[in-house]
Design a protein around this ligand. Structure first.
Ligand SMILES: [Zn+2]
Length: 657
């Protein structure tokens, strides 16, 4: 990382000259690094992104360690940060407590006398962030973005995707076996007899498999239209009569709400039928498992280790657990994100970064508008609306203007379990309170110390937290070509989400409303299909392939983002007259180095396979070679010709934005 920033972001030491850029640009530009680098034992992936995340964690560690040394009045931000972190480090108390923090919950499950008592129990679990059967969230009403709406989604299974329960290929079997083993181990750690464990594990697997069958596929679950089913509470009561929904709403703190979007009605119906037919004894076993698995990571060492064995090792291939300080920091960060974030940006986010970033974003928007105007496949009326949406898109850079408050949250240095529960409940109340209030347009859905970015369809905005605005993605005084290839492509990527296969369904005001002519929609779908089919062919590992439908939105965003960022660089170079070659590479070529550097990563096969099945992002290599193989700008920069591995016949290239 240091070398890259000294090198103004342009790093030729990673090049592998035994690979031709025209055949595999990702490996050409990163190959030496890829060969030399080993994934640290406590990571499942290693590369630009993760290294920046780890680097940010180190900065945050310095903050919490400094705060830790002080003593502060109760309820102050410093007291909360300090005591949360200290409680995370305090393994001694956790050893002493064993399973005690969870006992009241387990007793409550044991004492259930009737299926109807499941409703208040589930409501109580959801309030403190423990999953079970379904989940709830507050977001803007997708068709009326001026209002908040409650959404219910399917959440009945323990493995990362329904396919693991229903499919029989080698990878599904491997994960299933690991999950069953994990269930056995955890039951044993909770002191449950071998006989009871065996029966319980079978029961949970049977019930979760039934819930998996009723669950919507992940491809459908990311389709905004397929998850849009507004219900009145009365309609929901008819759909899923085994739950007392009025009671659930009251217990959740929203007795006044009359409507909710049920994202997967078929799932809710099936779950309700199961509640009516499966004996209470089985539900007790199922709920006990949810509680144990969701909270074991907050208990003593042996429980934490078991959670690591399944989630860290089996699912992600990590060899070693993260050190205690990183886990304690992660918990503090997760619960007090904007408190820690305030200190982080004061110390690590220079004002110039925001200014330079704003200029970059301006360039990207200007380039986008030009692109839309010159699209050969879109009709005039739709173009006009696309530009309208683009101009209405809001941007947030660095950190929020208005910080979230944490007043009233009780944080104790000796109560890690309680801190997590109270914080989850505090956030639950914060969310529920939004219902009926005007939309808070200052809100951020990501903390400033998170190395990531996002696009919100309903808000029609793009958001770039401070932590992603650092080398190697963005260097204040670095090579502009690399900056436009790196952070520029990220900006273009996020803008394009507003125009990807899902984002394009939302208008400038953030409402799900068709603004396309039928003809344009047909052409857009056909163009997206080319990209889907290209990605379906890419192989990840051991026969596991990329899922072109699941990754379609991200791939459209990658392709559009790179195209627009490239245009923006050309505009910038023309304006500034700063075109020059560095180490024999043109700015056009360095742009693609920037793009590739952003994606540079090695991943353990376990994580690669889990992610191929669950992550809407394609693996790094294809996020570089995929767009490159479609971009005439790449062909021109590196002289790609027929016969080269990345070459595609013009007709087979995808060009959307
Ligand atoms: Zn994305």
């Amino acid at each position: 990382m240091k070398k890259a920033s000294k090198n103004s972001g342009f790093d030729t030491t990673a090049i592998d000259r035994s690979v031709r850029p025209q055949d595999d640009f990702y490996t050409y530009s990163n190959g030496t690094w890829l060969k030399k680098t080993k994934i640290p034992e406590n990571e499942s992936r290693w590369g630009s992104f993760i290294m920046l995340r780890v680097d940010t964690e180190k900065k945050l560690r310095r903050i919490v360690e400094r705060v830790k040394k002080g003593r502060y009045p109760a309820g102050t931000p410093e007291q909360m940060i300090r005591d949360f972190y200290v409680s995370g480090l305090d393994e001694k108390t956790r050893e002493k407590l064993g399973t005690k923090p969870l006992l009241p919950w387990l007793t409550r499950v044991q004492k259930l006398k009737h299926v109807s008592e499941i409703t208040p129990l589930i409501a109580a679990m959801h309030r403190v962030g423990i999953g079970g059967l379904w989940g709830g969230l507050i977001d803007q009403d997708a068709k009326n973005s001026e209002h908040y709406l409650l959404y219910f989604y399917q959440d009945g299974i323990g493995m990362p995707d329904r396919d693991y329960y229903l499919k029989d290929d080698a990878e599904s079997k491997r994960v299933k076996e690991a999950y069953v083993k994990h269930m056995h181990n955890l039951h044993k750690l909770f002191g449950i007899s071998a006989k009871e464990t065996k029966e319980s594990v079978e029961t949970v697997m049977r019930m979760e498999t039934a819930l998996a069958k009723a669950s919507m596929t992940k491809e459908d679950a990311r389709d905004s239209e397929k998850i849009w089913h507004k219900h009145s509470i009365a309609q929901l009561q008819k759909l899923a009569p085994s739950i007392d929904w009025k009671r659930y709403m009251k217990d959740s703190g929203a007795p006044q709400e009359r409507t909710v979007n049920v994202m997967q009605p078929d799932y809710m119906r099936a779950m309700s039928k199961m509640l009516a037919s499966v004996p209470l004894a089985d539900w007790k076993v199922y709920l006990r498992w949810q509680l144990m698995d969701d909270t074991a990571g907050l208990l003593s060492k042996k429980f934490v280790r078991e959670q690591f064995n399944y989630y860290g090792k089996a699912l992600s291939g990590n060899k070693k657990m993260k050190p205690l300080w990183r886990r304690a920091l992660g918990a503090t960060n997760g619960s007090l994100g904007e408190l820690l974030g305030q200190i982080y940006v004061k110390e690590h986010f220079p004002a110039e970064a925001k200014i330079k970033m704003s200029a970059l974003v301006d360039d990207l928007f200007a380039a986008y508008e030009k692109r839309i105007a010159s699209l050969d496949w879109m009709t005039g009326p739709t173009k006009k609306k696309a530009v309208q949406k683009l101009r209405m898109m809001n941007r947030k850079i660095g950190y929020p203007d208005k910080w979230k408050g944490y007043r009233g949250l009780s944080v104790r240095a000796d109560d890690f379990f309680g801190n997590i529960m109270r914080s989850a409940e505090f956030e639950h109340r914060r969310q529920i309170k939004k219902l009926g209030k005007p939309i808070d347009r200052t809100e951020w859905l990501m903390d400033p110390q998170v190395v990531n970015a996002y696009c919100s369809f309903n808000m029609n905005e793009i958001v770039f937290p401070a932590a992603i605005l650092q080398p190697p993605f963005f260097s204040l005084h670095g090579d502009d070509a690399v900056n436009y290839g790196g952070i520029g492509s990220v900006i273009g990527h996020e803008i394009t989400h507003g125009f990807d296969d899902q984002g394009a369904k939302f208008d400038g005001k953030g409402n799900m409303k068709s603004w396309w002519t039928a003809e344009d929609k047909k052409r857009f779908t056909a163009k997206a299909k080319i990209l889907k089919e290209q990605f379906d062919k890419y192989e990840v590992a051991d026969g596991v392939k990329v899922n072109g439908q699941l990754t379609l939105g991200e791939n459209i965003a990658d392709l559009g983002g790179a195209s627009i960022a490239f245009d923006a660089l050309m505009m910038h170079l023309a304006r500034s007259g700063s075109r020059k070659d560095i180490e024999g590479f043109t700015p056009e070529q360095r742009f693609f180095f920037g793009l590739s550097l952003f994606e540079r990563e090695i991943t353990r096969p376990e994580a690669e396979k889990t992610r191929a099945l669950t992550d809407p992002h394609s693996p790094s290599k294809f996020r570089v070679n995929g767009p490159a193989s479609n971009l005439p700008e790449f062909y021109a920069a590196f002289g790609v010709a027929r016969g080269d591995k990345l070459y595609r016949e013009p007709k087979q290239r995808a060009k959307i934005w």
